[in-house]
Design a protein around this ligand. Structure first.
Ligand code: SAM
Length: 327
């Protein structure tokens, strides 16, 4: 579906104010001088629609474009991310620059990576033109060498990632950041509520799975806010949540073979209802026999009928180390 914001309002048959409940708040920041500034102009339906109409911008569904139109949510994200003037922030998908304005006012430096070339002139010539601490890059974030970028832009010191993510690539973006060894302090992102729940879930919960374990290996998750669809334009058809992932200094478990740990985790949840013996024996990623798996489970003191969903990260690590023959 493609359609300009005006089309969207025409389709709903109501004016912007009725559709989105216009607020007139703008961001307030207190710079070091103590003087209050009000530079962030977006973050409400009226200004967002004005910018979209000025540039005749068409939303592209394929890019997961749902722009934030609520100042309270924007302030909550900035608070959850704990941004200070010492921080270099990577924003993935600035859109028309709504959150970028808040980031520019609170961070030392902002790198904003946007795939949609139609948004670049809006950002550079208009909504971000007043800020001298932002760099806009027109690129697919999945194709960028983010480790190199962090080194160039922040001397290899940990950066903070803040984003209202395009939901269609949430997992590749987050896992890509972790796996590429990008120096990271934290990742604070808007994601689908269901995905946030999966990242934070522990054993025994229906949401617990490979994503929970992968995220928790690298970071400590904390859901900072639940966000309803009416805080976005256009409204997504799912609920959203802001999740902060604070990177561990070092992983909470020690494994001899990290790749093997993740293969075991993926195989255990690929067929969720199967026992671990069957899941691990059937996996195309692994080549253990039924006897080897049964023996490894025994060595760990786990029941031969146990399922992956019952094991903690520590228990998966123990199993991985038994398979690796190190413990
Ligand atoms: N940050 C803006 C806001 O909160 O209003 C926009 C958020 S919107 C959910 C996601 C943004 O990510 C869009 O601007 C979209 O064009 C951009 N995007 C989608 N895929 C991308 C990719 N692979 N690389 C970089 N940006 C991408």
């Amino acid at each position: 579906m493609r359609g300009s914001c005006t089309d969207f309002i025409k389709q709903t048959g109501v004016c912007a104010e009725e559709a989105f409940g216009v607020t007139t708040e703008t961001a307030e920041t207190v710079p070091e001088t103590g003087e209050r500034t009000h530079m962030a102009t977006l973050g409400n339906p009226k200004e967002t629609i004005a910018i979209l109409n000025k540039y005749g911008f068409n939303f592209q569904k394929k890019f997961g474009q749902n722009f934030l139109i609520d100042t309270h949510v924007l302030e909550k994200i900035i608070r959850a991310a704990d941004i200070t003037k010492d921080d270099c922030v990577l924003e993935i998908g600035p859109g028309i620059g709504t959150m970028t304005q808040y980031l520019c006012e609170n961070a030392g430096k902002v790198i904003a990576v946007e795939i949609d070339k139609n948004l670049i002139p809006i950002l550079t010539e208009d909504t971000l033109a007043a800020y001298d601490n932002v760099k806009v890059i027109n690129s697919d974030v999945l194709k960028l060498d983010l480790k190199k970028l962090a080194e160039e832009e922040n001397g290899g010191r940990p950066i903070k990632v803040v984003a209202n993510l395009p939901y269609y690539i949430t997992t590749p973006i987050i896992m890509g950041l972790f796996e590429a060894g990008v120096p990271l302090a934290s990742i604070t992102v808007m994601v689908q509520k269901e995905v946030a729940d999966r990242m934070q879930a522990g054993p025994g919960s229906k949401d617990y799975g490979a994503l929970s374990l992968a995220v928790q290996y690298y970071a400590e998750p904390y859901i900072a806010a639940n966000v309803p669809p009416n805080c976005f334009m256009p409204r997504p058809n799912v609920g959203s949540a802001v999740i902060r992932l604070t990177l561990h200094g070092k992983p909470p478990v020690e494994v001899a073979d990290e790749k093997l740990l993740f293969k075991l985790i993926r195989a255990s949840f690929a067929q969720r209802r199967k026992t671990l013996v069957n899941g691990l024996t059937n996996s195309p990623e692994l080549s253990f026999t039924k006897e080897e798996v049964t023996k490894a489970l025994e060595a760990c003191g786990y029941s031969p009928t146990i399922r992956g969903e019952a094991l903690t990260l520590q228990e998966f690590a123990k199993l991985a180390n038994v398979f690796a023959g190190t413990k």
